[in-house]
Design a protein around this ligand. Structure first.
Ligand code: KG4
Ligand code: ZN
Length: 329
């Protein structure tokens, strides 16, 4: 299965085989293209996908020593995401599949993230609870089987990654701020800035991160605004987000009786989050699964995997080039 991801600012291409696993994967990130603008410019993103996608498909096939005729199908991200960016991947995938007389499979981007841990050596068996934390989403989902997902909790405002990015921006860090803020937090002093753990003092599995961002803004304005303050604030902010996510994960496991936890989405690359959940898992006797950081953020491998599973399950759609910029899981 060829997998194509173009929902935002990464062009991802991969080849997955149900028996042999991941055969090859390549990623082209547009980060430098958008950095000057402080965020993703949708039209620039679409045009860059047009330039990069087919060469990337050729290179990925060459990496695996395969040709187009070897493909059983072509999977692509059909949404949610930027409409123009999605259309580039959808048009390329549908056209390739049509020319090859193979099925094309439109994959939900979030399902890709949810299944990404299955790309690793010790894949989780459903049922599991997944914490899906990216730039656009903060969700807790119960996965009872592939294709059977129950939303347990969602964010009421900003997504976790969005809160990282916005807080980084207000302290003058370059786009994309999340990873930069996380790096800075490693040098920060613990305890100098203390933030709330939003919505942990009442029952429920929903999140709210926009208040934390406001607290960070006020603390930043009241500080000396120097490098030490920036690092210490990054540390306090990261600890607050990570603690909050960890509390809700443990609560979701308790509420469902499930003992397997999967972390997915870009914020899943965060080292403090990974360390804290690994520690909780060891202490409390549940299992935690993380995709490698490169498969936490957007990539083609998770789309190829999801497409291969859907094809095996016979879940195909009529051959139309349709994308869903907004799409419930
Ligand atoms: O899954 P993803 O690549 O794209 C979306 O579908 O949104 O997630 C990107 C998000 C960004 O908000 C980015 O700042 C955040 O994940 N992120 C991180 C880290 N690496 C990426 N946030 C905190 N710590 C990190 N190490
Ligand atoms: Zn994503």
């Amino acid at each position: 299965m060829l997998g194509i991801e173009t929902s935002c600012d990464e062009t991802g291409v991969a080849l997955y085989d149900r028996d042999r696993g991941l055969l090859a994967h390549r990623l082209y990130s547009q980060i430098r293209l958008h950095a000057d603008y402080g965020g993703v410019v949708p039209e620039l993103a679409s045009r860059d996908h047009v330039r990069k996608l087919l060469p990337l498909v050729r290179q990925t096939l060459a990496d695996a020593g395969l040709g187009l005729a070897d493909l059983a199908g072509v999977a692509y991200t059909a949404g949610p995401g930027l409409a123009g960016a999605l259309l580039v991947g959808a048009a390329a995938a549908r056209s390739l599949a049509w020319a090859l007389e193979r099925p094309a499979i439109g994959v939900h981007h979030m399902e890709g993230h949810l299944l990404a841990p299955m790309l690793e050596a010790d894949p989780p068996e459903p049922p599991y609870v997944a914490l899906l934390v990216s730039g656009g989403h903060s969700m807790l989902i119960e996965v009872t089987a592939i294709g059977r997902y129950r939303l347990l909790g969602d964010t009421l405002d900003d997504a976790a990654g969005e809160a990282f990015d916005k807080t980084a921006k207000l302290m003058g860090l370059p786009y994309p701020g999340g990873p930069a803020l996380a790096r800075l937090a490693e040098t920060g002093t613990a305890g100098r800035f203390r933030f709330a753990r939003p919505m942990t003092d009442r029952p429920g599995l929903d999140f709210s991160f926009s208040g934390l961002k406001t607290q960070a803004l006020l603390a930043w304005q009241a500080s000396a605004g120097d490098d030490q303050a920036r690092a210490d604030l990054a540390r306090g902010f990261e600890e607050a987000v990570v603690d909050t996510l960890a509390i809700k994960c443990r609560r979701a496991l308790a509420a469902t009786g499930v003992r397997r936890l999967v972390i997915a989405g870009g914020v899943g690359a965060n080292r403090r989050l990974r360390a804290q959940l690994a520690e909780a898992a060891a202490q409390e006797g549940f299992a935690v699964y993380f995709p490698r950081p490169a498969f936490c953020t957007d990539n083609g491998a998770m789309i190829a995997l999801a497409g291969a599973l859907r094809l095996a399950a016979g879940q195909l759609e009529p051959p139309a080039i349709a994308v869903h910029p907004r799409w419930d899981l």
